[in-house]
Structures are given as C-alpha cells and as structure tokens.
Design a binder for this molecule. Structure first.
Ligand SMILES: [Mn+2]
Length: 311
C-alpha cells in the first residue's frame, strides 16, 4: 500500500508541516510509512520557517496534483472543494483536522481525529504524547511554527488554552525566542517579494459551497496592510476577473492586520457589499470595508456567511 499525507490546496504553514510530522512518525502512528505531499506552492512564511530550521532531516513534501492509487491521510481540511483531484471515499485512510466537518465520506473504516483547537499540529502533539513518541528539537520547532502561524501567535480567536499550553511545552524543547521568531515569520508572510496581484488573492484562498452559493474567500495576513492596500484598484480588478472566471456567486478578500487585529474586507460587487453590510457592519469606503476585531476566516467569516447563505 502506498500511503501519503497531504493538506489542502493553497497550503498554509500548517498544511505543509502537519504532513511532514505525520510522515516522520508514520510507522509508529499507522504501521505504514507515509510520504508527505503538498497540494500547492509554499508561501513566503513557510519558506522562511523551512530555511530558518536549516539542519532539517525531515523531508520536504513533494508537490502532488492528483491522487491515483495512493491511500490518503488528510490533514487540515475535510472539504472536498479544497482537495486535489482523486481524493474520495475509497482512498481515505485517516483524517486529522481542526476545522468543521466538511462533506467527505469514506467507504472503509478510517482513523479520524478532529478537535476544536487552533492548529492541526496541536492535535498532532496530543497524539504523539498519547503514544509516548519522542519529540525532537526539529519536530518541536516545526510544530511550534505551525501553531504560531495558525493562531497568529495565540492572538486569533481560534486559539484555545490547549494551544497555549502546548506551544509552551514545545518551546521547552525548541528553545526559540517566540516573540522574536513569530515576528520574523509574520514579516516573511507579509513580504510581497515575487508575488503577483492574483497571488495576493489566491495564496491563502478557499472555495466553499454554501447552500446553492459558490463562495470564494481569500485572505492575506500581514503586519504591513498598507503595502497591499495601496494596490487596491489592481486587486479589485483582479477580484472582478476571478469572480467571473470561476463562476462565483460571492468573492471576498480580506487583508488581515495581524498586529492591530482588524481586516480590510474587499467587496467586489453589490452582492458582497449587501452581505457584508448585514454581517460585519463595518465602515465602507470605495468597496473596502474596515472590519474591526475580525482576523479569522474559520471562526469569524465562514460560519457567519454560511448562516446567512444556507437556508
Ligand atoms: Mn490549520
């Protein structure tokens, strides 16, 4: 049996690091070796992390566009719309996640572990502890990085007490200066170097089916929102194109200010404006709404949109 571990498309740090950790411990966890794969290109934050932890002995995930005969350990999502082609009820082997349960089915018995925590790596840490597996410094650094990334260094409302405790536990092994390191991560994530306008929208983009509506939501988490907001006209143009090209009913794009904990929500048409006025009630200026205290797509945008769109 060929086993792979993979996360969602437009992978964030958690969707890259979780498959790496699973691969590293796969024999102990599943009795089979699992190869780590990735469902897209690395973002600048993940690149920084992997470069920073140079003496890495843990293999980088290879790009995979389609699953053929492999069995799949799926992490960080259970939404069919966020998977690469070929993952289906017949090849699902295990799921480890921290999102809502999406629409996936399985024809066989599977291992499934989904917890309402801030990061897949927090769930993975608990699994490794339960199995008494040794956590090396390298593993600790990687998992700590994923938790910092997903929880915006414990600042996102998705953060739980377990995330806090486990990040602290991990850092006893990792020995990072967390404040300094997380700022470096966020600066890397904010960098627009080598990033085209359409990538700003699509680097961290998720597609959902909400009732009868096709909804796309991209976010750009940054410590320098002005560098993105000054490209406003270009971005709105690109959003208009994407909405039409992908046949979306709604397309949202949020520039998330990690430090001030606000979101600039780009609203491309009247449909988005009306919905955003109803839900987020922020100040609107030329198609951009300032949404105070909103930083999490998972907790503060997706459920609220679903509530309105799924009747
Ligand atoms: Mn995650």
């Amino acid at each position: 049996m060929e086993l792979i571990a993979i996360g969602h498309k437009n992978p964030d740090t958690d969707s890259i690091i979780s498959p790496m950790i699973i691969s590293y411990y796969s024999d102990s966890l599943f009795g089979h070796y699992a190869v780590a794969k990735r469902a897209g290109e690395l973002n600048n934050e993940t690149k920084f992390i992997l470069k920073y932890l140079t003496e890495s002995t843990i293999k980088l995930p290879e790009l995979l566009k389609k699953v053929n005969k492999e069995e799949v350990i799926l992490v960080d999502t259970t939404e069919q719309t966020q998977l690469i082609e070929g993952i289906n009820e017949n090849n699902l082997f295990a799921v480890i996640d921290h999102h809502n349960l999406g629409g996936l089915k399985s024809s066989k018995q599977i291992y499934a572990r989904i917890e309402p925590l801030g990061c897949t790596c927090t769930v993975l840490y608990k699994i490794l502890k339960e199995k008494n597996l040794e956590i090396t410094r390298e593993v600790a650094c990687l998992m700590a990085s994923a938790i910092i990334s997903d929880t915006l260094f414990l600042n996102s409302p998705t953060t739980t007490d377990e995330d806090r405790t486990i990040l602290e536990e991990l850092n006893k092994i990792a020995g990072l200066n967390l404040k300094d390191y997380s700022m470096k991560m966020f600066k890397a994530k904010s960098s627009l170097e080598g990033i085209e306008t359409n990538e700003i929208i699509e680097k961290d983009y998720k597609f959902f089916e909400m009732g009868k509506s096709k909804v796309g939501i991209g976010v750009w988490e940054t410590v320098m929102p002005s560098t993105v907001n000054e490209k406003k006209e270009e971005i709105l143009e690109a959003l208009k194109d994407k909405k039409q090209k992908d046949g979306l009913d709604y397309l949202f794009f949020g520039v998330v200010d990690i430090l001030k904990k606000n979101t600039y929500l780009y609203l491309v048409g009247d449909e988005e404006i009306n919905l955003a006025k109803e839900i987020f009630k922020g100040n609107l200026e030329n198609n951009v709404m300032f949404a105070e205290h909103i930083v999490s797509r998972k907790k503060q945008i997706v459920p609220q949109l679903k509530e309105t769109l799924v009747l």
